[in-house]
Design a protein around this ligand. Structure first.
Ligand code: DP6
Length: 353
């Protein structure tokens, strides 16, 4: 019997298991930015111009299974049971290529992902999607990354996914320390917040669940390239982040809401100034904004934020979320109104066979 190098034996065992469909399943939740990310300084590495800060939700999770299939010559990717193609498929394959390159394992994969939130409707499905994919793919390919490195990897799939690696509040640094390798320097990390004192909820008004006509990826680059307001956005966003951190530290929901609302409106202003304009807000979005103003006049702490789509999320105290949801529902006969609280970070599920 010939002696076998233990490393080779271990590798062979792993490959054998791969033939049998080695895999992992992960779960991740979307996050909603209170200080937005809008604009990349490096498209390939997904490095943003500004740092951003978000709350990970406890609703609308994405579950993703990654199974290695070394005999296949291509990756197969399904979302809610339907095969992906075109640009969405290209993005997932490029992400898997990165995982293959980092792990040194060339095997192709079968990816099955299930979103419980409308996909591509400005409801952060790419954040939960790529956070779940990064978590499951790392486990399937045997890559052991700490949370920071996982956040960096998820960032390469979709910038906002870097934040969904963490639960509750997270800040994604455009550049943390000025490290000479910018890829290593841009990741998210948790922002400690006394959740019992802040007691935040987001009331999500789905005024239109259809996928957006222009992807956030395309729209943000168009904004960087053509909006004369972009420099001003970068400067004001930096100031917003510093104030937001202080407001969260002080558990001051009114200050958090005020900064979040002005930051979101600023992001939409900078894209409206792009040439041609990018407009995601619809008449129904503005009706919700009016309802939020009315709530504030009535003494309710309620503040709006909108992403790359017409749907509006209203930040308020959890204790008042029912009232806020009722007012929003009455204002727009929204398709559906959901109440979300702070949720957990991405994680592997037990069923990782
Ligand atoms: C408006 O993270 O979807 O939701 O990095 O190109 O995948 P890519 O963009 P993505 O953009 C999110 C934009 C936003 C604001 C935010 O989540 O910070």
């Amino acid at each position: 019997m010939s002696a076998e190098d233990p490393a080779t034996a271990a590798h062979r065992t792993t490959e054998d298991r791969s033939e049998a469909g080695e895999g992992a399943v992960a779960l991740a939740y979307p996050n909603i930015a209170l200080v937005k990310y809008w604009g990349k300084r490096d498209e390939r590495l997904v490095l943003p111009w500004t740092s951003s800060l978000s709350m990970t939700l406890d609703t609308f999770p994405t579950t993703t299974r990654v199974r290695l299939t070394p005999r296949h010559r291509q990756d197969t990717v399904t979302l809610n049971g339907k095969p992906l193609d075109g640009e969405p498929l290209r993005r997932v394959v490029a992400f898997l290529d990165l995982v293959r390159e980092t792990s040194g394992r060339p095997a192709r994969a079968v990816v099955e992902s299930h979103n419980t939130v409308p996909t591509g409707a400005g409801l952060a499905s790419s954040a939960s999607g790529f956070a779940a994919l990064a978590t499951a793919a790392c486990a399937a390919y045997g890559l052991h990354l700490d949370a920071r490195a996982l956040s960096r990897l998820a960032r390469r799939g979709s910038g906002s996914a870097a934040r969904s690696v963490f639960g509750a509040f997270a800040v994604w640094h455009a550049a943390r320390t000025g490290h000479q390798d910018p890829d290593l320097d841009s990741f998210a990390e948790p922002v400690p917040v006394r959740l019992d004192v802040l007691d935040p909820a987001l009331v999500i008004a789905v005024v239109d669940p259809r996928p957006k006509p222009v992807s956030s990826r395309e729209a943000m680059q168009h904004t960087v390239n053509t909006s004369p307001l972009f420099r001003a956005w970068v400067a004001s966003s930096r100031a917003d982040l510093a104030e937001m951190r202080a407001a969260l530290h002080g558990c001051d929901l009114d200050a958090v809401g005020e900064i979040a609302e002005r930051n979101a409106l600023g992001m939409h202003a900078v894209m409206l100034a792009a040439r041609p304009a990018v407009r995601y807000l619809s008449p129904a979005s503005l009706t919700v904004l009016d309802a939020v103003l009315e709530l504030r006049r009535d003494g309710v702490s309620a503040w709006a934020t909108m992403d790359a789509g017409p749907n509006v999320k209203v930040l308020c105290h959890r204790a008042e979320a029912g009232r806020v949801a009722g007012v929003v529902r009455a204002a727009v006969t929204a398709d559906s109104v959901h109440v979300a609280g702070p949720g957990p970070g991405a994680r592997l599920l037990e069923d990782s066979s």
